[in-house]
Design a protein around this ligand. Structure first.
Ligand SMILES: [Zn+2]
Length: 129
């Protein structure tokens, strides 16, 4: 079973699985490379950071202009209307038994706002990903 099929066929399995890993993933800290890029950004040597990382650690290190090619696990996106949510809030709701977490606006299923295997064309409200 791929991550895509877990997510789209039975999103409850994705959230059940992720609830165990989320605290560890969320407690990750930037490494020296993240801080070096942020310092180069602050000093004006970079116009931005282009990354495939989905962990948000460039933001934590202080980089400002970040292009996340594969999205971010710090957000969830409604599969129906594209509304974005903070993943901390979504995982808290899942942990409180709302599994899968649903959009407050349209009751669509919320998916991590990162590219999953076989998934590449979601749109956020007003912008292409
Ligand atoms: Zn929605």
């Amino acid at each position: 079973m791929t991550l895509r099929s877990i997510n789209l066929v039975d999103p409850t399995r994705y959230y059940s699985y992720s609830l165990e890993l989320y605290p560890t993933r969320r407690s990750a800290k930037p490494n020296p490379a993240h801080y070096l890029l942020a310092e180069l950004d602050r000093k004006g040597f970079l116009k931005g950071v282009i990354t495939q990382n989905v962990d948000g650690l460039h933001q934590d290190a202080g980089s400002k202009n970040i292009y996340e090619l594969h999205g971010s696990l710090r957000q969830a996106i409604c599969l129906e209307c594209g509304l974005l949510y903070a993943m901390d809030e979504v995982m808290k709701r899942a942990g409180n038994g709302e599994n899968p977490p649903l959009c407050r606006e349209c009751e669509g299923v919320l998916k991590p706002n990162a590219v999953f295997l076989g998934n590449c064309s979601l749109k956020a409200r007003g912008q292409s990903l």
